[in-house]
Design a protein around this ligand. Structure first.
Ligand code: ADP
Ligand code: MG
Length: 729
């Protein structure tokens, strides 16, 4: 009997929910491990407190002396909570988070004067000696000249016994080496652009904040079972495994009662999140067995992105206590749904208005329509860039796989708003008559809130859908850091709002139009120009693929094709104009993503080849030998008659040989393609070679392995099976 699989099964089936101390009133815990306003008021002088607040609200600089005071307060707060170390917490281009812990503890060189120390210098800057992070050639590795710098807009927090200080990661030459800097730049661009546009409607608006509420999907698999699968351990997904007879076809998991062990895990996790100030709110089962979702209350985007990164880390750590492994991969199992990360996005003013929420007065609804239509136009004009922002090797499995948004970007707005747009489309060119304006205000713009209230139509197949008071970008990968998607979305909308403002101003100045007339005129043209991106039908259908191609929309099914858009002329100039990326930064990121793609496929290829040859084939041969023994025995007993009696066994022996041959020849061919691909020097070409020449073997090899899984005696099969991974609760 194969030991690891059966040991793991035994372990997994004996598990009991793990006990933890649960505190009733979650609100009393919220943010207690965060250096938030409450903690700052207690531990900082009023000057220092004001310094941090101004930095958060207005981006004012904090000088060294002030930093010393802040650091002192932060240290006292942390020490009072039993903290021993601090770290600059940052998001390098690997997409995950990084940290290097330093103790507060210091002594003089002769061992005297032991003391806990943490000054402004340590708060503001650290050199992580991070020469091994991807940098796309920006930073020569031998120089290793990058440093982390404090981002006061995201509060410091305590995890375990470490004080974590959110930071940006930057090269000494000034280029961004992380995901946070471009995000902060994009958020500042949209703030500026949106505030300018808001002034048409309300002069009091001083700041616009982009908000993000992500929904995180994941699988929860028993730790022992996950560890028994080398493919899950190395690549985060199963590279082979025959689908289970029962999958999700009965829909009996979706929104069903949450299994006890999983629920206990979630409660523990939520408590940790409360301490860290992550406002988690919703939990439920998802469609696939052992698949779940968690969603917080939305927040300012930079904070929400940090919270999502932190959450993914915390989820894995809490899972360990509960003997689970969390799978964030977009497609861990063939044949059942994969996971995504819906990014709900909106814009909020400092006067308390959600710019994407229709309201009661025609004027504020014109404001709503302005932001609504500008977003549609932004997506229309930059659909390839938006697609590129979510392109990863693992998300390729999901986009276009008929369960998640297709790889074609389109916008869903619902029947009611479609009607509003079509009415706005017929607005007179030039100045509007008073009657037309009254009619528009009363019957089109003024009616929006009523119609939206009954708008229950929801299209689950759209990658970018309007859901009443926010946009929902559904195509983001569950394993991705949200910053890539959010930087791009905020950037393209910022650029669009700048253009809008210029066009409106142009009409006011050159055509002597009133502000309203000018706005209606520009919006009308935008509606006409954005037709191709609007789609209300079934995004999974073949008809849509054809229609989208006719409309000239892109349909990039693989990452190497999709990410070229990141360095298109249009993208480079957009990013440059907004100060988000210069050429060097944009091109470096593109290279890094190509390399990451190549490496991911390379690793998968190696792991698959290894498992197929070292697990599957030996198991198949052992079983085949049993069959051969059996046939030999039958021949001994029955003589000539054995041919009829052993007929099925002989067929099986041949079939097994066929699959073994299949595996061997395909693994060999795949390895040869890898070798060829590795000779290429151009990153784009190499990624393409991996995508087009190496990856296609995965399915073929898997197919042979999965067939063998059905033939071979269950007792001797070494790899934990789908039904065991997916249905052990
Ligand atoms: P769904 O029907 O998709 O589950 P919900 O209304 O429950 O939609 O919201 C899903 C997510 O959208 C939540 O994370 C929520 O915080 C977020 N959300 C709601 N309003 C906004 C907003 N104005 N900006 C950003 N995110 C929002
Ligand atoms: Mg949703």
């Amino acid at each position: 009997m194969s030991t690891l699989r059966f040991q793991a099964l035994k372990e997994a089936s004996n598990r009991k929910p793990v006990h933890f101390e649960e505190i009733d009133r979650k609100s009393s815990l919220f943010g207690s491990n965060v250096f938030n306003e409450k903690a700052m008021k207690q531990y900082l002088t009023s000057d220092a407190f004001k310094g941090v607040r101004d930095a958060i609200q207005h981006g004012t600089k904090i000088d060294r002396k002030m930093a010393d005071y802040i650091a002192m307060g932060m240290k006292e707060w942390a020490l009072a909570k039993g903290v021993t170390h601090y770290t600059h917490w940052f998001q390098p281009l690997t997409g995950t988070t990084a940290e290097k812990h330093d103790a507060f503890f210091e002594t003089s060189y002769d061992g005297s004067d032991p003391v806990e120390k943490f000054g402004g210098a340590q708060l503001v800057q650290q050199e992580p000696d991070a020469s091994s992070f991807p940098n796309g050639g920006i930073r020569n590795t031998f120089e290793a000249r990058g440093y982390t710098a404090w981002d006061p807009t995201s509060p410091a927090f305590i995890y375990g016994t470490t004080l974590c200080i959110p930071t940006v990661f930057i090269a000494y030459t000034g280029e961004a080496l992380d995901n946070k800097i471009p995000l902060l730049r994009a958020l500042s661009a949209i703030d500026e652009a949106a505030t300018e546009v808001c002034k048409y409607f309300d002069k009091n608006v001083k700041k616009v904040t982009a908000t993000l509420g992500w929904e995180q999907e994941y699988f929860l698999i028993d730790k022992a079972l996950a560890n028994s699968r080398p493919d899950l351990m190395m690549t985060g997904r199963t590279l082979l495994g025959h689908t289970s007879a029962k999958g999700q076809q009965l829909d009996d998991h979706y929104f069903g009662s949450i299994p006890t062990r999983a629920l206990t895990y979630m409660r523990d996790l939520e408590q940790e999140c409360m301490l860290l100030g992550i406002p988690v709110k919703t939990r439920h089962n998802e469609v696939a067995p052992n698949q779940f979702e968690l969603a917080p209350i939305f927040e300012e985007t930079n904070l929400a992105v940090d919270h999502n990164s932190l959450l993914m880390d915390v989820m894995q750590r809490v899972a360990e206590r509960h003997d689970f492994k969390v799978l964030f991969h977009e497609k861990p199992f063939k044949g059942v749904n994969g996971s995504g990360k819906h990014n709900n996005w909106s814009l909020a003013t400092d006067t308390g208005v959600n710019l994407l929420s229709p309201s009661k007065t025609p004027m504020s609804n014109l404001q709503f329509l302005t932001f609504f239509i500008n977003t549609i136009k932004a997506v229309n004009d930059n659909e390839t860039l938006l697609r590129a922002s979510i392109a990863t090797a693992s998300n390729d499995h999901r986009l276009g796989a008929n369960e998640a948004p297709p790889a074609i970007m389109s916008v869903f707005i619902g029947a009611q708003l479609t009607k509003v747009l079509s009415e706005l489309e017929s607005v007179t060119t030039g100045k509007l008559s008073p009657e037309e304006k009254t009619d528009l205000k009363l019957n089109v713009v003024g009616k929006i809130p009523d119609v939206l209230l009954d708008n229950t139509d929801r299209n689950r197949t759209s990658p970018f859908a309007f859901t009443g008071n926010k946009w929902e970008f559904r195509a983001v990968g569950s394993n991705s850091n949200c910053s890539n998607a959010m930087t791009t979305l905020n950037a393209i909308v910022a650029k669009q709002l700048i253009d809008f403002k210029n066009e409106v101003e142009g009409l006011i100045e050159n055509k002597d139009m009133k502000k309203d007339d000018a706005i209606f005129n520009v919006l009308r043209e935008y509606i006409k120009q954005s037709k191709k991106i609007l789609f209300e039908g079934d995004g999974y259908s073949e008809a849509w693929e054809k229609e989208a191609a006719k409309r000239g929309l892109s349909n990039f099914k693989t990452t190497p094709e999709a990410i070229k858009a990141k360095v298109s002329k249009q993208a480079l100039s957009l990013f440059e104009e907004l100060g988000i990326f210069n050429h060097v930064e944009a091109e470096a990121r593109y290279e890094i993503e190509l390399e990451e793609y190549t490496k991911k496929i390379q690793i998968e290829g190696r792991v698959l080849g290894d498992i197929a040859r070292n697990h599957v084939i030996p198991t198949a041969i052992r079983y085949q030998n049993t069959l051969i023994e059996n046939v030999k025995g039958l021949k001994e007993i029955f003589g000539k008659e054995f041919e009829t009696i052993a007929k099925e066994q002989i067929v099986l022996i041949k079939e097994i040989s066929g699959h073994i041959e299949g595996i061997n020849s395909k693994v060999l061919a795949m390895t040869n393609e890898r070798k060829k691909a590795n000779q290429l020097t151009d990153a784009q070409k190499m990624a393409e070679a991996y995508c087009n020449n190496v990856k296609p073997y995965f399915d073929e090899i898997r197919n042979h392995c999965d067939k063998l899984e059905l033939l071979v005696d269950d007792e001797s099969w070494t790899l934990t099976k789908y039904r065991e991974l997916l249905f052990t609760k």
